[in-house]
Write a protein that binds this ligand. Sequence first.
Ligand SMILES: [Zn+2]
Length: 224
Amino acid sequence: MHEKRTHAYLILDETIFHPKGGGQPSDRGVIRSHDYEVTVKKAIHYKGVVIHWAKLNRGAPSEGEAICELDWPYRYLVMRRHTAAHLLDHCLARTVRTRVQTTDSWLDEPCYVGYAGGIPSEETLRSTEVLANSMITKGASVNIRSLSSEGARELLQNAPNYERLPDLSEIRTVTIDGCQPIPCGGTHVRNLAEIGRVSVGNAERFSSDSFRLHFSVSASVSSS
Ligand SMILES: [Zn+2]
């Protein structure tokens, strides 16, 4: 008796699944054709290729055309969290009136941004939250563009993740209107208003000189 396969690795010639990277968890969803259907658990970037690790639901994967379907509610949540994380960088820096330096982030559970330095005061955290929500309420466009690395280094020297800038010839940047451009390869919403509302949770010491700021996003309470 042979062991029944339950999972498979799939490679597509193009994909809508955003791979895990830079604190952003990978997309989830379904790939299906006449012959098979799989649930994508993880998409991983490996040597220039996106590999989909998936659970087999029906049939066995074979070559040929396939339909990809994202778990859109989850992806959209990640996009809102991701944009909120950049907004928090900006608002924390404005509140403490100095540049902040991010160490890492994670946008699944638990959702946080890591920063260098000591834990800010409760008052700082509340002011950061208030400022972020006032900017969300006003709304601001979020723009993506690619810069050559020579031009980018100077423009991005105050970016919260400058120390972690990869050595690439082209650098993709995300700019919330009115804020400092940030180098980032992830997925974001097009306008701050889509975030809804951000809640700043507890700041947890992570090492002697860094902390994790936990946060969540929720649909805004709107009268309209
Ligand atoms: Zn980003």
